[in-house]
Design a protein around this ligand. Structure first.
Ligand SMILES: [Fe+2]
Length: 319
């Protein structure tokens, strides 16, 4: 089975998004979008979203989702390939919303309700459950108690092999201080992994990378120790985004086990969102009964990163 993954795209910054045609040509079995499907805080707009009234914010964000869903190459891809998304800071609220503890501020409750409703509707559209409403007054977008996207598990079938378990995390709704996912979500993930057959491959979709040299990463949170603990028992590979580049990291546990972090970010954006060089990145993971192989594509060509092969039984990289 083939899983394409990428993140970070804006139909405003990049109306032409050739990356989706490139992905479709590879005929993946699934597409995983690991955050920033829209940029709520594009500074080309005169008003920062945090200064908008609730309904103005709602209309502004809804228009962004409709514009992305109408992007022809994106629409063709999601119509052909089962697609799953998680959110990151720019489709949750805005850059630095974690630093200002926005999830704890009452003044942002209406904006968060709107972003939840619109992101949940976007996911329903991607998964073919329900079309994204054309009308801003659609009652489906106005639940006063709209739930956070939260954690979800998707089981992907592998021909002639055991299914792969895809864990869609919500890394924004409970991120505060040193907590990334929150205890409820961590308990749900642990229970799901514990219930899976021994040797199951677990793909954890995360907006933030696990470890890097700077910026957002699991390494800033107590959740990294929890993840490494899980990796002592289970085969865990992360699919991450955020950094507007392709990347790969191995994070060892104290028992010599590994968490592998496959990052692909910058599907259709610039390095600094609206400035800097263009990005046109995605990753492709091919999984069979024996191995997991990851590779990265940049501007339609194999990128500078060397493809990675991991033996599923030993959970070690092959030379
Ligand atoms: Fe991004």
């Amino acid at each position: 089975m083939k899983i394409a993954f990428t993140s970070c795209f804006s139909a405003t910054v990049f109306p032409q998004q050739p990356v989706w045609k490139q992905i479709l040509a590879l005929k993946p079995d699934a597409l995983v979008l690991t955050g920033d499907s829209i940029y709520i805080d594009e500074l080309t707009h005169p008003t920062h979203p945090k200064a908008m009234a609730d309904f103005e914010f709602f209309q502004f964000v809804a228009a962004k989702y409709r514009r992305q869903l109408a992007q022809p190459d994106f629409a063709a891809l999601i119509a052909a390939v089962p697609t799953y998304a998680i959110w990151d800071d720019h489709d949750f609220l805005w850059n630095e919303s974690y630093e200002e503890k926005a999830i704890q501020k009452k003044v942002y409750a209406g904006l968060i309700r709107a972003s939840r409703a619109l992101f949940n509707a976007y996911c329903a559209h991607l998964e073919g459950r329900q079309r994204f409403p054309d009308d801003d007054s659609d009652a489906r977008l106005w639940d006063a108690n709209e739930p956070a996207p939260g954690y979800r598990q998707v089981i992907l079938d592998v021909p002639n092999g055991a299914p792969v378990h895809l864990h869609l995390t919500d890394g924004r709704s409970w991120r505060v201080n040193r907590t990334l996912l929150g205890s409820v979500q961590r308990t749900e993930i642990e229970a799901a992994m514990g219930a899976a057959p021994v040797g199951t491959l677990h793909l954890v979709a995360s907006g933030s990378v696990v470890e890097a040299h700077k910026g957002d990463q699991w390494g800033n949170f107590e959740d990294l120790a929890w993840l490494r603990e899980l990796a002592n028992k289970y085969c865990i590979a992360c699919l991450s985004g955020d950094i507007h580049a392709n990347d790969f990291h191995r994070i060892p546990t104290e028992n010599g086990r590994m968490v592998y972090d496959f990052t692909s970010s910058g599907a259709a954006i610039r390095r600094a969102i609206w400035a800097g060089t263009d990005c046109e990145n995605f990753g492709l993971m091919e999984i069979d009964a024996a191995t997991l192989r990851g590779q990265w594509i940049r501007f339609g060509q194999p990128g500078a990163l060397t493809p990675v092969t991991i033996d599923r039984l030993s959970w070690q990289m092959q030379a």
